[in-house]
Design a protein around this ligand. Sequence first.
Ligand code: SF4
Ligand code: SF4
Length: 188
Amino acid sequence: MENTNDALHIEPAWLGEVEKETGIGVSACYQCKKCTNGCPVTFAMDIYPDQVIRLVQMGQKERVLSCSTIWVCSACETCTTRCPNGVDVAGVMDYLKETAVRRGADIPQSNTYTFHRTFLDEIRKLGRISEAGLIRNYMLKSGVLRKRLQDGSLIGDLLLGWSMFKKGRMNLLPKKIKARGEISKILK
Ligand code: SF4
Ligand code: SF4
């Protein structure tokens, strides 16, 4: 008979590992789903935040590290704020992303990961986001710029950018904040 643990790739010790490394009490979750009900990006997730937490409790490491949810998560922390048991769901998502990268796991939405890295690099450099810099660097690193040039759709992006600039919604020149050294330390 097939071993169920092998079929599901269950690693029972993983929950303890996650709790020890993050300091987050994942086992306190009782599946009320308040985190998922408040999450603004569930429409793009393959499994919901409460399910991610449940799978961590169940030791289903491979399933969690290969889901797209951890890359779709925008780290807005709504889930963490809403949890009645103090489970820092957003912190768990961050930890899972880092673990997936360390293990060289397949990233289902590589552009989402590129955006995530570019976003953090901008914050590290400037202490804040420069919209123009973020868009330019993301488009370069992800290959989106090349695709837009090839299919001729770049002009639409440029017109949109120009319209945002005229309305004061986008600065072309990056602005740094004074405390960017401290921000950089936090990110480290
Ligand atoms: S809100 Fe908290 S207790 Fe409820 S499902 Fe989400 S993590 Fe679990
Ligand atoms: S931190 Fe992530 S999982 Fe939590 S509510 Fe925001 S997007 Fe959803």
